[in-house]
Write a protein that binds this ligand. Structure first.
Ligand SMILES: [Zn+2]
Length: 219
């Protein structure tokens, strides 16, 4: 009987057995006071709060026996601090990359989310660019460019990539080839880990990124 363990992120084809080159773990930063207060962070630099530190420590604990070779992190302090906590547990070195910063939200930064929702619409609909920020397309482009660059240099290493909710959602959207509005990746919890496998090319679509079936998003 065919028991799938992985699915291809590009086309969905299932595999029971794969030759894995390396594991990449996408991690969102821990909680900050503005997350808790439901305020838009964007690129505002805000430290982890006590809950955020605990979340990062729990994630570090999960990752400590995963043979992590390298941590690549956004340089914003909430990501950097999360990366440092993971580095302490895993012994991996950290590379900072400002291309992994969160979506810049212009004049929305610091505003309360319920108020923003009322005034400008929900997360996917807000006119970030008109308000001085970036478009989703711009963030997706800079994120994928950064990811491909790091992959080129470190493909055979097990890598933890620490970044932000919207950016990581856009990375998943891109790899899973899903429509923006249907993106399930855009709801990633603080310090949540998403594990990707880099493997042999898929014989259906040629992509080589896989996820474990237990995490498969519902269609
Ligand atoms: Zn495929």
């Amino acid at each position: 009987m065919f028991m799938p363990n992985y699915f291809c992120m590009g086309c969905g084809k299932e595999y029971s057995d794969l030759k894995i080159k390396s594991n990449w773990f996408l991690v969102r930063h821990g909680e900050t006071d503005w997350n808790k207060e439901e305020r838009i962070l964007g690129q505002t630099d805000m430290p982890l709060n006590e809950t955020g530190i605990k979340q990062a420590e729990a994630t570090a604990n999960l990752l400590k026996d995963k043979h992590i070779d390298l941590i690549v992190s956004s340089d914003l302090v909430r990501a950097r601090k999360t990366a440092e906590i993971i580095a302490k547990a895993t012994g991996a070195e950290i590379i900072l990359d400002r291309s992994l910063r969160e979506l810049y939200c212009g004049s929305l930064e610091g505003m309360y989310i319920p108020e923003v929702n009322e005034k400008y619409g929900s997360f996917l609909d807000r006119p970030y660019k008109e308000l001085g920020g970036e478009t989703f397309e711009e963030v997706e482009e800079r994120a994928m460019k950064a990811l491909l660059n790091h992959r080129k240099d470190h493909e055979h290493k097990n890598v933890v990539l620490v970044s932000h909710g919207a950016l990581l959602g856009l990375v998943l959207k891109n790899i899973r080839k899903i429509e923006h509005a249907k993106s399930t990746g855009l709801d990633i919890g603080n310090a949540e880990v998403i594990k990707l496998e880099i493997g042999e090319p898929c014989d259906n679509c040629g992509g080589d990124l896989y996820e474990s079936v237990e995490r498969r998003p519902s269609a």
